[in-house]
Design a protein around this ligand. Structure first.
Ligand SMILES: [Zn+2]
Length: 355
């Protein structure tokens, strides 16, 4: 039974729903799910329903909501609106990047006006990450703008063949772009939607087999694996017009370890995509004596039983995987073992990027 030790993993893209929609998830249940999945640091997105993080006050409120509840470390992103660029200088040092929503998603942070988009890209500090939700032709628009403005961008949840090919071309031309891919876009296709119904609805949507194949074929230009953990309740997902998003914190590492077992990926690449690259690109602080022990040969079937996320379901239910989290140690203390989360609320820290 080969037990391997990996660094505490980092998920650079989660929606813990706190504050605003804590019936779906909160900082405690979300960070418990993180530990169960081998993550010791999460970077949380700003589009909280009804409570977007778009001002100094809403940022402080989110920090306060997190502090007493979290069991792993959490960092925050800031959201761009058409009018909040004057606040950037107050918040930039506290957050890991600015999120710019350019295509349809949860919340109402989408910006369509080209002049506003350009001005946001200009106003956010050039040395700080600018994260974009950009799909299809919007990827090309962002690539054009950043060349003209002389800045970089991080593309969230790349899901389409043309997107990853454009990002490859941009990197080959030396543009300072980075990108992430979510496990659901690597392991599910649009053919799974009839079976999953509402539980297969997310943004960007599940794509064609050809897109999924292109993501695997271009995995060498993918900087990070990000879960885009976006929980909703079972009843919300079963209703007509289900909200967008799926949970992913507890299934991401087992799915990626399965790719190693299947010979599609090396363990070194997992560490690079789920630890080294987020550290480098988002300047996350070092977590001393922090590591995850994984059993790389343990075969099991993903079920909803024992899930830590409040939403209590997974789109990967019934999938056979090889690789499991055995234990998690955070700053010298064991905080999880064999699915038991032993960390007390408040064990985690709200962190800021390294200066
Ligand atoms: Zn997201």
């Amino acid at each position: 039974m080969p037990i391997l030790r990996l660094p505490g993993l980092i998920d650079p893209h989660v929606h813990l729903r706190d504050p605003g929609a804590t019936h779906k998830e909160d900082f405690l249940t979300g960070t418990r799910a993180a530990l169960a999945g081998g993550f010791t640091l999460l970077l949380d997105m700003p589009n909280n329903p009804g409570a977007p993080v778009v001002s100094h006050e809403s940022l402080q409120a989110k920090i306060e909501a997190a502090q007493s509840k979290i069991v792993c470390d959490v960092g925050l992103y800031y959201g761009a609106t058409p009018h909040n660029s004057p606040t950037y200088s107050e918040v930039a040092a506290q957050v890991f990047g600015l999120k710019l929503y350019l295509d349809h998603t949860t919340g109402d942070l989408k910006i369509e006006d080209l002049e506003v988009i350009r001005d946001v890209m200009r106003a956010w500090p050039r040395e700080k990450p600018l994260l974009v939700h950009a799909e299809d032709r919007t990827v090309a628009m962002v690539l054009g703008l950043i060349q003209l403005l002389g800045r970089g961008a991080h593309f969230c949840h790349v899901s389409e063949r043309v997107e990853i090919e454009l990002i490859r071309d941009a990197k080959e031309r030396g543009l300072p772009v980075t990108c992430e891919v979510a496990p659901h876009h690597l392991y599910l296709t649009e053919d799974d939607v009839p079976r999953l119904e509402g539980f297969g609805i997310m943004k960007p949507p599940l794509k064609r087999r050809a897109d999924v194949d292109a993501l695997w074929a271009n995995l060498d230009v993918v900087d990070m694996i990000a879960t885009d953990h976006a929980p909703h309740t079972v009843s919300e997902k079963q209703a007509g017009n289900p909200p967008f998003g799926v949970p992913g914190l507890e299934t991401s590492l087992p799915l990626m370890l399965t790719a190693v077992h299947d010979g599609r990926l090396s363990l070194d690449r997992i560490v690079e995509m789920m630890y080294t690259a987020p550290v480098r690109i988002f300047r996350t602080p070092y977590q001393p004596d922090t590591y995850v022990e994984v059993d790389t040969s343990h075969r099991w079937t993903i079920t909803t039983a024992g899930l830590q996320t409040r939403c209590g379901w997974t789109p990967f239910e019934g999938m056979d995987v090889t690789g499991a989290v055995r234990s998690v140690t955070l700053r010298g203390s064991e905080v999880a073992r064999d699915g038991e989360i032993t960390a007390r609320p408040g064990t985690g820290r709200v962190v800021s990027p390294v200066a």
